[in-house]
Design a protein around this ligand. Structure first.
Ligand SMILES: Nc1nc2c(c(=O)[nH]1)N[C@H]1C(S)=C(S)[C@@H](COP(=O)(O)O)O[C@H]1N2
Ligand SMILES: [Mo]
Length: 246
């Protein structure tokens, strides 16, 4: 497929973090066990094909397969790039605004003072990797929304991130109990490449919706396609419907 813009599917996307063989060829050649590949200094594990078979055959509580169509398994999330924000805990601030009765802003101490949840969730990147059982720690988006008293007129949520990155999601889906602002991954403070100090985790949509280096959560009446959504990607991004391109 030829595209006239740089996308997560492009081989040259964000630092060309791809194996020398094409990814698909590589996966086909990884016939047994676990294979470790080194990309740009970091180690990633391709899970074994047995794990993939099992994940395709296992159903989630909602009846959908653990592994969505067209996805393969990695054992750890992979840094996909973006414009990094300031990772220092002291300078982070989040604005909660838009169609709300009570707009507010929050620093990291205040975020830590809200009810903390540990959540194990699968994440699915549009470039076709999936990580099962990723462990996140943070605050539910629904709790942050409740504190703002969202107006009945709100229908969408825009995640705003450092450097102008945005991602748009439906309000009803943003309030699902597995959507959170995470400050830890696998028990460790978020690495800078993964959005330090705080990112969105919205596991049931492709991972581009999970804005890293989050600076704002805006509730809106009308939809506003974000960074990737205005560059050819699907407005909704459901991995089980393969809503990759718009
Ligand atoms: N602020 C910001 N958030 C972002 C992006 C970005 O470029 N900027 N990239 C998105 C994309 S395309 C993906 S796949 C995931 C990757 O997250 P990771 O680097 O932690 O794996 O972050 C998403 N969030
Ligand atoms: Mo992505």
């Amino acid at each position: 497929m030829t595209r006239n813009f740089r996308s997560p599917e492009d081989p040259l996307f964000e630092g060309a973090q791809v194996p020398s063989m094409s990814r698909r060829h590589f996966v086909r050649s990884a016939t047994v066990g676990t294979v470790v590949i080194a990309l740009g200094g970091a180690g990633y594990c391709l899970a074994g094909q047995e794990d993939e078979k099992k994940a395709r055959a296992t159903l989630r509580p909602d009846g959908r397969p653990r592994l969505p169509p067209g996805q393969y398994l990695l054992n750890r999330i992979r840094p996909m790039g973006g414009i990094e924000g300031d990772p220092s805990p002291g300078s982070w601030r989040l604005q909660v605004a838009g169609e709300v009765e009570t707009p507010y802003s929050l620093d990291l101490t205040e975020l830590h003072n809200m009810a903390q949840v540990d959540q194990v969730a699968d994440v699915h990147c549009v470039t076709k990797w999936t990580v099962l059982d990723a462990k996140w720690t943070g605050v539910k988006l629904a709790a942050l929304a409740a504190r703002a008293n969202v107006k009945a007129s709100a229908r969408h949520v825009i995640f705003e991130a450092f450097g102008g990155y945005t991602a748009n999601v439906r309000l009803a889906e943003a309030l699902a109990s597995n959507v959170m602002l995470a400050h830890k991954y696998e028990g460790q403070p978020l690495a800078r490449a993964h959005g330090a100090p705080v990112r969105i985790v919205m596991p049931d949509l492709y991972f581009w919706k999970s804005a890293k280096w989050i600076t704002g959560i805006r509730f809106t009446a009308s939809d506003k396609p974000g960074y990737w959504e205005t560059r050819g990607y699907h407005n909704h991004a459901d991995p089980w419907k393969e809503e990759r391109y718009g």
